[in-house]
Design a protein around this ligand. Structure first.
Ligand code: FAD
Ligand code: ZN
Length: 227
C-alpha cells in the first residue's frame, strides 16, 4: 500500500542464500507497491548482539552493581543510548510493518536477531511497567516473522506444531510490545527442495505480499499456539 513504511530486519550472512532471495523479493514487491522499505541487514552491519555496558552513554544510574534492565531504561529516559540503538529505534518508530527474515536456528531466531530484540526493544520505548501486551507502546504496528527451516513440513508435523516455536517470538516479544502479529511465512527446507519447488516458494511469497495489507492480525492468544 502506497505510503506505508516497512522495516525488514534481516539475519543471513549470504545475499545469494534463499533468505537473501526472500529479502530481495520483499524489497522489490513492497517498493513496487509504493511502500518505503528500510532494511537492517544485521550481519552486514556487524550488529552487536550483546547487551552490555557499552549500550549506555555516560554515567550509570548505579555504578556499584550493573543491572542491564535498569540501566538501559534509565539511559533511554535521559537520551543516553548508544548510537546504533538510537538508529534502530528510529527505524522501528517510523515503521508501520516490521518483517523479520531469517533461517531457523535451534528452533529459534539466530543470535544476532535475538540480540536486536534484546537491545532495541528497550523499556520506555517498546513497553513500560503498566504498558505491555495490548497496552504496549508499539501498538500502531504490524509484524511478520518470515523464516526458513532445515526440516520438512512433515517432520515438523511429527515433532510438534511449529506454532509452539512462535510463542516466544510472536507473543513473548511482539505482542508484549503491543505490536500486532500477521500469520508467519514459513518456507520449509529450501535446501532439500527441487529448483522448481524453490521457485514456487519464492512466487508464493511475492503473491502473499501483494495482498498483505488486507490481512487481519492473528488472535495472538494461547489458543492460537497450543490449541
Ligand atoms: P540456502 O542454503 O541459502 O538456500 C537453499 C538453496 O536455495 C540453495 O541451493 C540456494 O542456492 C538456493 N536459492 C537461493 N536463491 C534462490 C533462488 N532465487 N531461486 C532458486 N534457488 C535459490 N533447521 C530447523 O529446521 N530447525 C532448527 O532448529 C535448525 N537449527 C539450526 C541451527 C544452526 C546453527 C544452523 C546453521 C542451521 C539450523 N537449521 C535448523 C537449518 C537452517 O534453518 C536452514 O539451513 C536454513 O533455514 C536454510 O535457509 P538458507 O537461506 O540458509 O538456505
Ligand atoms: Zn500474544
Amino acid at each position: 500500500m502506497a505510503g506505508k513504511k516497512v522495516l525488514i530486519v534481516y539475519a543471513h550472512q549470504e545475499p545469494k542464500s534463499f533468505n537473501g532471495s526472500l529479502l530481495k523479493i520483499a524489497v522489490e514487491e513492497l517498493t513496487k507497491q509504493g511502500c518505503s522499505v528500510t532494511v537492517s541487514d544485521l550481519y552486514a552491519m556487524q550488529f552487536e548482539p550483546r547487551a552490555t555496558r557499552n549500550d549506555i552513554v555516560g554515567h550509570l544510574h548505579n555504578s556499584e552493581a550493573f543491572n542491564y534492565g535498569v540501566e538501559i531504561w534509565e539511559a533511554y529516559k535521559r537520551g543516553g543510548l548508544s548510537k546504533d540503538l538510537v538508529e534502530e529505534q528510529k527505524k522501528v518508530q517510523e515503521a508501520d510493518l516490521l518483517i523479520f527474515q531469517f533461517p531457523l536456528f535451534w528452533f529459534n531466531m539466530p543470535a544476532i536477531l535475538k540480540g536486536w530484540m534484546d537491545r532495541v526493544l528497550v523499556q520506555g520505548f517498546a513497553y513500560d511497567l503498566s504498558k505491555a501486551c495490548d497496552c504496549g507502546l508499539l501498538q500502531d504496528k504490524l509484524s511478520l516473522f518470515s523464516f526458513t527451516t532445515g526440516g520438512s513440513k512433515e517432520k515438523y508435523a511429527i515433532r510438534g506444531d511449529i506454532r509452539y516455536l512462535l510463542w516466544p517470538m510472536q507473543h513473548g516479544i511482539m505482542h508484549f510490545c503491543g505490536v500486532k502479529v500477521l500469520e508467519p511465512h514459513i518456507c520449509y527446507a529450501p535446501e532439500h527442495a527441487s529448483e522448481e519447488k524453490r521457485k514456487e516458494m519464492l512466487t508464493a511469497w511475492t503473491q502473499r505480499l501483494k495482498t498483505l495489507w488486507k490481512e487481519k492480525p492473528i488472535d495472538c492468544s494461547p489458543e492460537w499456539y497450543f490449541k
